[in-house]
Design a protein around this ligand. Sequence first.
Ligand code: FES
Length: 139
Amino acid sequence: MSTADIYKELILDYYRNPRNFGTLQTFDIEAHDTNPLCGDEVDIQIKVGEGHKIEDIRFSGKGCAISQASASMLTELAKGKPLEWVKELSKEDIFKLLGTSDLGPSRVKCALLGMKVLKTGVYGYLGSGAEGTEPAGPS
Ligand code: FES
């Protein structure tokens, strides 16, 4: 099996058994986007924990293997990372996760959909000043 085939298998495996697929009961961030070319969708929810870390993360959506697998891989990578880390994410990081950058222009949009949604959500949260405004729990 060539390296390209191994990565193809990996993408299909994530597509068929997506890690972190679903929704969270409580979350602090939610974002959604579609690929305008095909209508495929990705939705991401994040529970923000201590020190602005991504305590928990889920994604849901529908679409091609690349869009869903890359979103799933990204949620695995993001879990436990500080929100600020999301700002540093680049398309090269996604290509590394997928094991290829040889995707063609329309597939690149598929591959980057999850990252776009994640960035939209985190930027919105960080920009909204939402941090530190959580209602004080019983002490
Ligand atoms: Fe729609 Fe890939 S074909 S996201």
